[in-house]
Design a protein around this ligand. Sequence first.
Ligand SMILES: *[C@@H]1O[C@H](CO)[C@@H](O)[C@H](O)[C@H]1NC(C)=O
Length: 313
Amino acid sequence: MKLLMTSALLAGAAATDLLIPLYQFPANNGQAWAPIEQAMTENLKLTHKIIINPNNGPGGPGQGIEDPQYVAGSSALASHPNAQLLGYVHTSTDGGTTRCNVPWDQITADIRTWSTWVSRGIKIQGIFIDEAPANTANSCVQYMQNLTNFIRNDKDLLFPQRLIIFNPGGTGTLQPYYDMNPTLIVSLETCFVTPDKARVAFDQCNPEFPNWERYDHDGYGSSIDKVLFPNIGELNGPRSAILVHGAHDTNGPSANLDVTEETLRNMINTVVQRKIGATFFNAAGYHEFSTGPANIVTVARLLNAANTGGGRA
Ligand SMILES: *[C@@H]1O[C@H](CO)[C@@H](O)[C@H](O)[C@H]1NC(C)=O
């Protein structure tokens, strides 16, 4: 029994998890999140790291833990054995232009609010830190180190696993942040689609800023090999996450891929083969999970198959 558990844990540690930024309201008493539950039910070996975000954080009066719909939706998700819920916080007061300037008392108060969800029976397993710095300016390294120490060590916090994910949302000088040994850093967040096809509902691919890495437009694995690894180093892959939104239509010249299930399978297989810690592909932004081939149920199935089908040595 002990041996079995050890090997199961090791297998789990080696897999690529699904990281779901769930910035959607749990309407109909949580039923809006049924596709996420379906993905978990159908893929029991796949760990679903799910970011709960009522309002750029745990929410104010009447929101989040004080909203019966949020309680219903989050409780349902947390009851799945392959779920790891994370509470959202962010470090920027101006939408990401300046990083690590949310006052310490404010960001730690939000983290303490997330901890109250655990005492209310909803197992939040850690914190997702959005608008995290992607460079070492303005004392950000010290700020993030302090925040990491707080989440990891504060005696009053109740998160059972104390997971910590940074989302710098762009490339930059990340090694000092990897050195803090967070669970994951989202070190490639980009879009699949070309600018001319972007901006469908909730699409976060903004044509006004068209210079995103069109995911794998140079062939399967090319975004990891030519963009991600040269930036972060291959050894950081298992502690890295890749988020690809705007997975609809085509990614343009060169490989010129259309989003089909086959395209998704090949992209996801290369993510697993390169031992990336977590990934997510979605048609729109983070508010809607049922559109197109890149719906959450299909993406979870393909990722689970890649993890268990020998995609990883
Ligand atoms: C980090 O914590 C140290 C020790 O408590 C403190 O002196 C320092 O001001 C903090 N730095 C930041 C940027 O929060």
